[in-house]
Design a protein around this ligand. Structure first.
Ligand SMILES: Cc1cc2nc3c(=O)[nH]c(=O)nc-3n(C[C@H](O)[C@H](O)[C@H](O)COP(=O)(O)O)c2cc1C
Length: 190
């Protein structure tokens, strides 16, 4: 089956003045020309969260965008060796829409390039029956990798790992979509 892969790209930061936009804009530009990829955006800055999670309207948007996806691409910074609370609130607000789907990460931060955040997220997604992709794109000292217009200083070096990761993500997305169509995931362990 050669249908497009529907990728929902999730912003991991809702902070005012966030760097997340620079990284996400670069990704959007890179993925625009990738054949067979249909990109949709899920941005917590456009949603409303309280201490108990998203409001009803925001929860419905999250559920719909996750449900429609074949694969997820998470753009995540590192906050105190973890990942932002708003991302956890978004993740926790849904359950079944994550099941039997692949998740890839583009991380950024200081010296670690956000990798500690990614390793924590792998544990979270295992609990949600999602498959995390081994390959990552990690931007150390991310703010020094883009010019003031948001263009990467070394586009080819950044594109290489992204293409590898996206190919693996698409492989898993196709495989799991076929598997979900063949057998309802919930019924596999029944
Ligand atoms: C509360 C907070 C904690 C941070 N902790 C870390 C950290 O542990 N490791 C790191 O590499 N960068 C850390 N940083 C730097 C962020 O990765 C960097 O500011 C990044 O741009 C944040 O993403 P955002 O601007 O999209 O929110 C921290 C930033 C904030 C705001």
């Amino acid at each position: 089956m050669n249908e497009s892969i529907r990728v929902t790209m999730i912003y991991g930061s809702a902070r005012e003045g966030r760097f997340c936009d620079t990284v996400a804009d670069w990704l959007k530009a890179e993925l625009r020309d990738v054949g067979g990829c249909e990109l949709s955006i899920l941005d917590p800055a456009e949603l409303t969260f309280s201490a108990s999670g998203p409001d009803e309207f925001s929860a419905a948007i999250i559920e719909t965008k996750l449900e429609a996806a074949d694969a997820f691409l998470i753009v995540v910074p590192e906050y105190n060796h973890g990942y932002p609370a708003v991302l956890k609130a978004l993740i926790d607000s849904a359950y079944r829409p994550w099941h039997a789907k692949p998740v890839a990460f583009v991380s950024y931060g200081g010296v670690s390039g956000g990798l500690r955040a990614v390793e924590q997220l792998r544990q979270v997604f295992a609990e949600l029956h999602a498959v995390s992709i081994r390959d990552t794109v990690s931007l150390a000292h991310a703010w020094s990798q883009f010019d003031s217009q948001g263009n990467p200083f070394r586009p080819a070096q950044m594109r290489g790992p992204l293409i590898v990761m996206m190919r693996r993500l698409f492989w898993w997305a196709r495989a799991l979509r076929n598997a979900r169509e063949e057998t309802v995931y919930d019924s596999a362990a029944a």
